[in-house]
Design a protein around this ligand. Sequence first.
Ligand code: SF4
Ligand SMILES: [Zn+2]
Ligand SMILES: [Zn+2]
Length: 336
Amino acid sequence: MTRKRHHPPLKCRHCAQKAVINMRQHKLALCSTHFVEWVHKQTERFIGKYKMFTRDERVLVAVSGGKDSLALWDILLALGYQADGLYIGLGIVGCADYDHLDYSGESHQFVQDFVDYHAAQGRDLTLHVVDVAETYGASIPVAAQVTNRGREKPCSLCGLSKRHIMNRVARDHGYDVLATGHNLDDEAAVLFGNTMQWAVEYLARQGPVLPPSHPGLARKVKPLFRFYEREMAAYAIVRGIAYIYEECPYASGATTTRYKELLNEMEIGSPGVKTQFYLRFLQARENYGLFATARETLMLNTCPTCGQPTTLDGVCSFCQTWARINTRLAKCSPAD
Ligand code: SF4
Ligand SMILES: [Zn+2]
Ligand SMILES: [Zn+2]
């Protein structure tokens, strides 16, 4: 019979309190107070090191109701940045585990709860809300059904629409910076996918800071790109931030999810391997000019309809796609 080994509870590196998290890749265990302090200090360091933004600039945080984006908004507010929120209502119903959940409605509620919590503390936050169905004529799942007749997941239309809306709101309200809650696991998985495909145009642009490609557009930044997903989950719990646990129903089975699992398996044997994979890519690109030609040859034009950048010679894919969706919807709706 094997005897069970009992490990004493891990202590925080800075005090005698019990640790709430052990970050093997940093050989660092911390209690809740020191963990929150560490997350704030690290974020501040990355914002400065990668020249993301300053306290004079206005930041628009894209909040989905998930842990990462709400944690990001919380951190930026705690650090004293001018951070407002943007919630995009996609009109998605169901989730990976049950089909009766109002995924978008619940997500919006978590964002609203965050805003209400701050209001109760005497701090009025600004939250911009764009409902896709109200603004453009159909929810993302309905629009996807109309364009591709349900053959594919709505993710490409969803991504295209979210990018357009984020750029538009940032431009219309004069934000300097658009911040998203992507963490290291997200970034490493996307890099893995881009490398598997040798998607040179994406490899040329993927990074924690994307300068504006057009006048009037905001700089795009990912201040949480050095944190692991589990660290952000721990941060949200420790800070008492309620967030939606369920995943979008269309996220299940996505290749990015499989790459995340693969990278996590490697991480078990070699703590820090995910960070190295991503950071060394950034260093190699910078130091050896990798993919520089792809970056220079990317020609961007201006869409005559919406004024946003496009690789197309004329109306951008967002405007073309939504015009097509509305034409088809008009044909199916009963005449008045
Ligand atoms: S999984 Fe697809 S449909 Fe769901 S939010 Fe993400 S991109 Fe949109
Ligand atoms: Zn401590
Ligand atoms: Zn356009």
